[in-house]
Design a protein around this ligand. Structure first.
Ligand SMILES: [Zn+2]
Length: 150
């Protein structure tokens, strides 16, 4: 279920006396256009907009929506705006960076605690290069955040 579905169902539910009931791929709900107590209106996700069918009075989706202060435009899925796309990309990127950073910090902290307990100093090239890589990656993420002003 997407945001459009949730918003429309919530608006219709708010005007009704009974909550929506799950039915197949969608919900059955009281039809606000013709009123009545039965859940005659079926709402489900379609490919580019919501599917709305009033099984008792064949009410027009336009009338159904207008009965709860919405318009026919509200059932169409809108493509994301450029700004929303950019924000989404930043969010996904941040999530990835955060998990990368956690891994690198763990490697570094493990090594540091072992080092201070003198269990093993960096005595081989593999350890040394992994610790250096962790430091470089942490530095890169830090620079990214400083540049973004976070
Ligand atoms: Zn109806």
């Amino acid at each position: 279920m997407n945001d459009v579905f949730n918003r429309v169902v919530a608006a219709i539910e708010a005007a009704n006396t009974k909550p929506a009931q799950k039915s197949g791929e969608g919900v059955r709900i009281q039809c606000p256009a013709h009123g009545g107590n039965d859940r005659n209106l079926y709402i489900a996700d379609g490919t580019s907009r919501l599917i709305m069918v009033c099984y008792s009075h064949q009410c027009d989706p336009k009338d159904i929506l207008e009965a709860v202060g919405l318009s026919i435009k509200d059932i169409y899925y809108k493509p994301l705006t450029q700004q929303e796309k950019t924000q989404h990309k930043i969010l996904v990127n941040d999530r990835q960076l955060k998990s990368d950073l956690e891994i690198e910090l763990l490697i570094l902290l493990q090594w540091l605690s072992a080092f201070y307990e003198s269990m093993f100093p960096i005595d081989n090239d593999a350890d040394r290069s992994r610790v250096l890589l962790a430091m470089k990656r942490i530095q890169k993420v830090t620079e990214y955040y400083l540049k973004r002003g976070v």
